[in-house]
Design a protein around this ligand. Structure first.
Ligand code: GDP
Ligand code: MG
Length: 298
């Protein structure tokens, strides 16, 4: 399970195009400092990037505090399909005295990527435009168990028209299963109340029942309760897993009964990648582009 991503099984037509050209997918992580963004990025790359035959041991890593927007890319190849996965890590916010504009650098980054694409599209030679647009934004929510904070609502409102928002409950290992279930309900109610548009999955007809069922199963986990860990812990019979150890037991990152990390990864890199890219291009980017042209009086 661990090394295998599954993007080579994307829908056919898209797949064929991608086999020829290769394709890229850009994910951004956003949220308050200390919620485990950098750790989750590492966890994602550790699983996505090491093929099964080369199970490189994830090493114990001290992740320095993120101070600037930085991106990490890796080329993954699977069944002859090439994917360039880029994850953009943003500095956490929320720990300033004044958080009024903490969303600004994030919005600026998303918009400047739209601008680059727009510029490239307007050139005479428009073949092979590098697509650096953000296709998915994973938004980290503090595991308070209560409700969204005013800052979360503010930031999500700034982002939701520009990017596919995917809310996650950070450090879900600090909540009980019951708390996670209740918190998920509360978050969705808040999101709904504040008219925040989160990514909702494909709206078109899906090909087969199995795909429909899998997609529904994945979307039913939103907001994903995630746990990040880059160290391995020993469980029974000498087996090692990535996880976090507690006096009462071990939370395994890659165990779907323990958290939703696997579901999040599947959604991003397999089941919903196509829809995330298309929605970015056809709706979010198109809206940005027409607003921009209107404001320029074109
Ligand atoms: P960032 O500021 O959002 O990038 O957060 P970091 O990834 O730097 O993590 C902050 C601290 O939280 C570190 O000590 C991590 O080891 C710890 N941490 C990260 N992910 C988790 C998690 O899922 N559960 C728990 N309990 N701790 C985590
Ligand atoms: Mg960080």
């Amino acid at each position: 399970l661990t090394g295998y991503v599954g993007f080579a099984n994307l829908p056919n037509q898209w797949h064929r195009k991608s086999v020829r050209k290769g394709f890229n997918f850009n994910v951004m992580v956003v949220g308050e400092s200390g919620l485990g963004k950098s750790t989750l990025v590492n966890t994602l790359f550790n699983t996505a990037l090491y093929p099964p035959k080369d199970p490189k041991q994830p090493s114990l890593e001290i992740i320095p505090k993120t101070v600037a927007i930085e991106s990490t890319s890796a080329d993954i190849e699977e069944n002859g399909v090439r994917l360039r996965l880029t994850v953009v890590d943003t500095p956490g916010f929320g720990d300033f005295v004044n958080n009024d504009e903490s969303w600004r650098p994030i919005v600026d980054s998303i918009e400047s990527r739209f601008d680059s694409f727009l510029e490239a599209e307007n050139k005479v030679n428009r073949t092979n435009i590098a697509d650096t647009r953000i296709h998915a934004c994973v938004y980290f929510i503090q595991p308070t168990g209560h409700s969204l904070k005013p800052l979360d609502i503010e930031v999500m409102k700034r982002l939701h028209t520009k990017v596919n928002l995917i809310p996650v409950i950070a450090k879900a290992d600090t909540l009980t299963d019951e708390e996670v279930t209740a918190f998920k309900k509360r978050i969705l109610a808040d999101i709904n109340y504040h008219n925040i548009q989160i990514f909702e999955g494909p709206r078109y007809e899906l090909d087969d029942d199995e795909t429909i069922a899998e997609n529904q199963e994945i979307m039913s986990k939103v907001p994903f309760a995630v746990v990040g860990a880059n160290t391995e812990v020993q469980i029974g019979n000498g087996r090692k897993v990535r996880g976090r150890r507690y006096p009462w037991g071990i939370i395994e990152v890659d165990n779907e009964d323990h958290c939703d990390f696997v579901k999040l990864r599947q959604m991003l890199i397999r089941t919903h990648m196509e829809e995330l890219k298309e929605h970015t291009s056809n709706v979010l980017y198109e809206n940005y582009r027409s607003d921009k042209l209107t404001s320029l009086g074109v």
